[in-house]
Design a protein around this ligand. Structure first.
Ligand code: HXC
Length: 510
């Protein structure tokens, strides 16, 4: 018995060394932590239960029968984040570059199945060289098995992908099928084909960073939802994010106790909107001033900055916040902003997270760029997302809600539950200038007349009262009371029940 226990201990120690001390040192030298160090950072201390530590590949090609490393390049298991169960797989770059063999993929499949069966989030940490080249088709099949499970789990459990090194070839598609992707700056990159293939096929010369670094994917492609400085900051932030999310689509988000009074009024909000309706202001100031303790976990901060999305809490309960951002492109809706917000709204709806929407939008962005880029279909994505959402929807119009964009931004007509406007709201088909130029085309050139018409239009339409008279907004509220009014609305809506007609699945305008 003693011998067996000694062997077990020796085998464990060996497995924990992964690809050996030299490769661990090389990992550290690159500024990256090892798989097990990463696990320690994201999970509650001592909560990790590892499975399949002794699994080895079964490949006999290219001399692989003589190169077996226990664990085969991925560490899997379960553990706790702030006391709640999560399932995790972490690629071990020190073992065959974290590449995916059949045995490796079966380990990932095992943890995916466990996460789904146990209704708990799945976290994947990527740091790998793609398909195990020595395994060929077995590796491709293994990837497809991972993808299939990602899709089945989509909308059932939150799936988070964390990129902490190379992520190329087959490795990119599993993250792309999950809910969120986060990257570490400078040490991680993602692409379907690397710089060498790019050079051969297109003659373009790019570095890995230029092709698929964190900057590219958070600000240009929108593949990634955020980036952090290093492994440590990443794991701290991922614990924060998980704290906002329910374990699955049959549970509610955890409630975080707060000392921030829900009836706190914020006088400074009364002067947030400038007198001149073309002067920008920062919608994030409003968000930070109304949510619990000013804590806002922003999603896609660097991409399509004309719309802001992220998680926050009211009275300890998680909400998804969407807000037009007047500081960027005057808060206009374009294709990127519509896609960004649509995906966020759909995530919230899938996981029963109420939506709080702040509206200040002058309309959709005109131009050939936008139209050729499919603005119609992209704008429709956001419209679709709000219209199908059955979670509580609370909307505050702070200033402009013009034209089609009014229809999109969670109005009463898309089953908005509580819709408020600030006194500064301008709810209309369009701004005064555009409206007057169309209605009074014959008077163009007569400055006096145009001025009069413009003033008349502004007086009549650029206010919250026309909408309030029709019940399209439920009340006109003082900005300073926004937190308490939103808080009361969300509390009132806590037992909301609403469902959509049965369908196999919807047909979102992709
Ligand atoms: C087997 C691999 C490997 C792979 C890396 N290694 N990638 N082994 N299969 N795909 C091994 C290396 O041989 C090396 O082993 C160790 O991992 C570390 O690799 P290095 O190259 O020394 O590291 P680095 O310089 O940091 O470069 C990392 C890298 C590079 C950029 C990821 O290794 C690389 O380009 N790998 C190949 C990427 C690739 O083409 N993958 C296939 C994609 S096709 P030793 O023993 O020296 O430590 C694909 C299709 C799937 O994925 C499609 C499904 C939809």
């Amino acid at each position: 018995m003693d011998d067996i226990i000694k062997e077990l201990e020796a085998r464990r120690e060996n497995a924990k060394l992964g690809g050996g001390q030299k490769r661990i040192d090389s990992q550290h030298f690159k500024g990256k932590l090892t798989a097990r160090e990463r696990i320690q950072l994201i999970l509650d201390e001592g909560s990790f239960e590892e499975y399949d530590m002794f699994v080895e590949h079964d490949s006999h090609e290219f001399g692989m029968q003589d190169q077996k490393i226990p664990g085969d390049g991925v560490v899997i298991g379960s553990g706790l984040v702030n006391g709640r169960t999560v399932f995790i797989y972490v690629k071990d770059f020190t073992v065959f570059g974290g590449s995916l063999s059949l045995a490796h993929s079966k380990k990932i499949n095992k943890i995916q199945d466990m996460a789904l069966k146990n209704n708990s989030p799945l976290i994947g940490v990527l740091d790998a060289g793609g398909a195990r080249i020595q395994e060929g088709i077995d590796s491709l099949g293994g990837y497809a098995e991972v993808f299939q499970r990602n899709v089945l789990a989509s909308g059932v459990i939150p799936q988070i992908s964390i990129i902490m090194g190379p992520c190329a070839g087959g490795d990119v598609y599993s993250p792309a099928l999950t809910d969120f992707i986060f990257m570490v700056r400078d040490t991680s990159y993602m692409f379907v084909t690397g710089p060498d293939v790019v050079k051969t096929v297109t003659n373009e010369e790019v570095t890995a960073e230029q092709l698929g670094g964190a900057e590219v994917h958070t600000s240009i492609s929108s593949v990634a939802d955020g980036a952090y400085e290093n492994d440590l900051e990443m794991m701290e932030q991922m614990r924060e994010l998980i704290g906002f999310l329910p374990s699955s689509n049959i549970e509610k988000s955890p409630i975080r106790k707060t000392s921030d009074p829900i009836n706190r009024s914020e006088m400074s909000l009364d002067s947030l909107v400038p007198d001149n309706s073309n002067t920008p202001y920062d919608i994030k100031e409003l968000i930070l001033k109304v949510v619990d303790e000013g804590k806002f976990f922003e999603i896609q901060e660097k991409f399509a900055q004309n719309i802001v999305t992220g998680f926050a809490r009211f009275d300890g309960h998680t909400v998804g916040v969407v807000g037009n951002q007047p500081l960027h492109l005057a808060g206009v809706l374009d294709s990127d902003a519509s896609r960004k917000a649509a995906r966020f709204v759909r995530f919230c709806d899938a996981f029963s997270i109420p939506l709080v929407t702040f509206v200040d939008v002058p309309g959709f962005l005109p131009g050939t760029d936008q139209e050729y880029g499919g603005l119609i279909k992209n704008g429709a994505k956001l419209l679709y997302a709000y219209a199908e959402a059955t979670v509580p929807k609370v909307t505050i119009i702070t200033r402009k809600a013009y034209g089609g964009a009014y229809c999109v931004m969670a109005p009463k007509h898309l089953r908005g539950d509580i819709n408020y406007a600030w006194p500064s709201a301008e709810i209309a088909v369009m701004g005064a200038k555009g409206a007057v130029e169309i209605i009074y085309r014959n008077d163009i050139g007569d400055e006096e007349k145009i001025k009069k018409h413009t003033e008349a239009y502004e007086d009549r339409f650029l206010n919250p009262f026309v909408a309030a008279e029709r019940g399209y907004v439920d009340d006109v509220i003082m900005p300073r009371n926004s937190r308490s009014r939103i808080g009361k609305a969300l509390k009132m809506l806590r037992n909301k029940k609403l469902s959509n007609p049965w369908k196999k699945h919807d047909n979102l305008p992709l």
